[in-house]
Ligand binder design. Structure first.
Ligand SMILES: [Zn+2]
Length: 343
C-alpha cells in the first residue's frame, strides 16, 4: 500500500508548558521508532503547510479564531488549567490542521491509498468556540469540512478511540447528519472531560449521528474489538460514508499515565485493519488516521508503529482470543436498542 505520512519538524516547536504531558517528545519517540524500523523508507513522507484562516472558519467561530490569534500575538497566556497558549500556538496549530487537510487530500486525490497524520497539537476537545484539553483548532473537523467543501465528500465517518470523549468534535457535528461521529472512551464519570454519555446522540437533523460509547475503566482489546465488530462496523456500513477518519488517541493504552483503560498494540492493530477493510468495501479505501492523545512514550511509539504497519499492508492477521465481558455485551445491546430506534 502507498501510505502517506504527514509530518513537519515545526510540530516539535509547540510547547504546551513545562512538564506538560502533551510534549514534543511524543512525536520524537514515534519518529525514532519509524527510523529504527525502516518505516520511513516505506511511507510516502509529505510535508504540510499551514491551513488558512478560511479553513479554520469552516469549523470555528470568528471569535475563537481571533482569540487564539490575538493571544499568540500578545506572547500567549493561560486558556484553562491545562491548556496554555504561547506565541507560536496560532502558527503551529494551523500547521497541525494543514497536516490533517493534506492527509485527507492525498487520499482523495489518489496520491496515497491511505494516510497517517502525525501532528500536534491535538484537536478533538476544542469546540466551535472554546479551546480546551490541550487543543486549539479541531484538526479532524477542519479536514472533514475542507473535504466536503472542496473534494466532493458528502458523508464522512469519524471513529475516535482516545481515552477521553471527543467532546469538541461532538459539539461541531452535533446537528449534522452528514458526519457519523463515533467516540469510544472511558466512562466520563471517571475522567476528563466529564461528558460523552450514551444519551448524547445529536440534535435536530443530526439526531442519531453522534454516538458515544462510554466503557468502564479496565476495558481492553477483546471488549473494544467486540463493540467495533458487533456495533460500530454495521452502523458505519449502514451509513455508507465516502470517507473514514480514525481519531487515534493512544491514551486508551494500558500503560498510559492519564487513562485507566487496557488497550494494547494488538487492539489498535485489529481495529485499524477492520476499519480499513470496511473502507475498502465502502469508499475505495479512503481512510486517514490522525493522532490525538497518548502520553506514555513507549506505548505511543509502539502503537503508532503497529497502526502504520496495518496501513502499509504489512501486518499479519491478528487474533484477539479473549471473550468480551458481560458489561460490554450489555452495552452493545443498549447501543443497538437506542440507535435501531433512531435509524
Ligand atoms: Zn485523550
Amino acid at each position: 500500500m502507498n501510505t502517506a505520512l504527514i509530518y513537519h519538524e515545526d510540530y516539535l516547536k509547540h510547547s504546551a508548558g513545562p512538564y506538560h504531558p502533551e510534549s514534543k517528545e511524543r512525536l520524537i519517540a514515534i519518529m525514532e521508532i519509524f527510523r529504527q524500523t525502516g518505516i520511513l523508507e516505506q511511507v510516502n513522507l509529505l510535508t504540510p503547510e499551514r491551513c488558512s484562516d478560511e479553513d479554520i472558519l469552516l469549523v470555528h467561530t470568528h471569535e475563537h479564531l481571533e482569540y487564539i490569534k490575538k493571544l499568540s500575538e500578545g506572547g500567549g497566556g493561560p486558556i484553562d488549567a491545562d491548556t496554555y497558549c504561547r506565541e507560536d500556538t496560532y502558527d503551529i496549530a494551523r500547521l497541525a490542521a494543514g497536516g490533517e487537510i493534506l492527509a485527507g487530500r492525498s487520499v482523495i486525490e489518489k496520491k496515497a491509498d491511505n494516510a497517517f497524520a502525525l501532528i500536534r497539537p491535538p484537536g478533538h476537545h476544542v469546540t466551535k468556540g472554546r479551546a480546551m484539553g490541550f487543543c486549539y483548532f479541531n484538526n479532524v473537523a477542519i479536514m472533514i469540512r475542507y473535504l466536503q467543501k472542496n473534494c466532493n465528500v458528502k458523508k464522512a465517518c469519524i471513529f475516535d478511540w482516545d481515552v477521553h470523549a471527543a467532546n469538541g468534535t461532538m459539539d461541531i457535528f452535533y446537528e449534522d447528519p452528514s458526519v457519523l461521529n463515533i467516540s469510544m472512551h472511558q466512562d466520563p464519570r471517571t475522567i476528563y472531560p466529564g461528558t460523552g454519555f450514551i444519551d448524547q446522540v445529536g440534535e435536530k437533523e443530526g439526531e442519531g449521528y453522534t454516538i458515544n460509547i462510554p466503557v468502564p475503566p479496565g476495558t481492553g482489546d477483546a471488549d473494544y474489538v467486540y463493540i467495533l465488530n458487533e456495533f460500530v462496523l454495521p452502523r458505519i456500513e449502514r451509513f455508507k460514508p465516502d470517507f473514514i477518519a480514525i481519531s487515534a488517541g493512544f491514551d486508551s493504552h494500558r500503560d498510559d499515565p492519564l487513562g485507566s483503560l487496557s488497550v494494547t498494540e494488538k487492539g489498535y492493530c485489529k481495529m485499524t485493519s477492520s476499519l480499513l477493510n470496511l473502507a475498502k468495501r465502502l469508499c475505495q479505501g479512503r481512510m486517514v488516521v490522525e493522532l490525538e492523545g497518548g502520553y506514555n512514550l513507549d506505548a505511543i511509539a509502539k502503537s503508532t508503529y503497529a497502526v502504520i504497519n496495518v496501513l502499509l499492508g504489512l501486518e499479519q492477521e491478528i487474533e484477539i482470543e479473549d471473550e468480551p465481558s458481560k458489561p460490554i455485551k450489555d452495552l452493545r445491546l443498549a447501543l443497538d436498542k437506542k440507535f435501531n430506534a433512531l435509524w
